[in-house]
Unconditional design. Structure first.
Length: 152
């Protein structure tokens, strides 16, 4: 009886952790020098109210040509991108994104995300604002795969 209860409790705990945790392998160069291809990012799903500018986040990627006002996505796309959360509602639009978004304040319900490698990143400078409900997770930890070395 006790073994069955312990097993049930362990299964419930594992399910809880699985629903709140995301493990994703980094591909591409948009977050260099912070992240490199092959790095493994461990993220946690959090509500929008817990997001902070400067965090590395996993966001759903829109279809080509979409912008925040006319998302052309299926219910949940599962095409993911890793970016840095540059600005939240009520904060000024970062200088790097002003050509696309203007010099105002980030509107409610959306955020500005940018890659750390601006020369090689597709982010809010091309796509526009990202809805906060499309932020999937916040990075908790990054693991560099053994044997992997950053490109020069």
């Amino acid at each position: 009886m006790i073994a069955a209860l312990l097993a049930c409790g362990a299964a419930a705990a594992l399910l809880y952790v699985r629903r709140r945790t995301l493990v994703i392998t980094v591909k591409g160069v948009s977050m260099r020098p912070t992240l490199y291809g092959g790095d493994v990012l461990i993220g946690r799903r959090v509500p929008a109210r817990r997001l902070r500018a400067g965090q590395i986040v996993v966001v759903e990627k829109p279809d080509p040509g979409a912008d925040w006002q006319s998302w052309s996505w299926p219910e949940r796309s599962r095409h993911l991108m890793i970016k840095r959360l540059a600005a939240l509602p009520g904060q000024p639009v970062p200088a790097a994104a002003r050509e696309r978004l203007g010099a105002g304040i980030v509107p409610p319900g959306v955020a500005v995300v940018l890659g750390d490698n601006l020369a090689e990143s597709v982010d809010s400078r091309e796509i526009g604002y990202f809805p906060l409900d499309r932020v999937v997770a916040v990075a908790l930890r990054t693991v560099r795969r053994q044997g992997e070395h950053p490109d020069p």
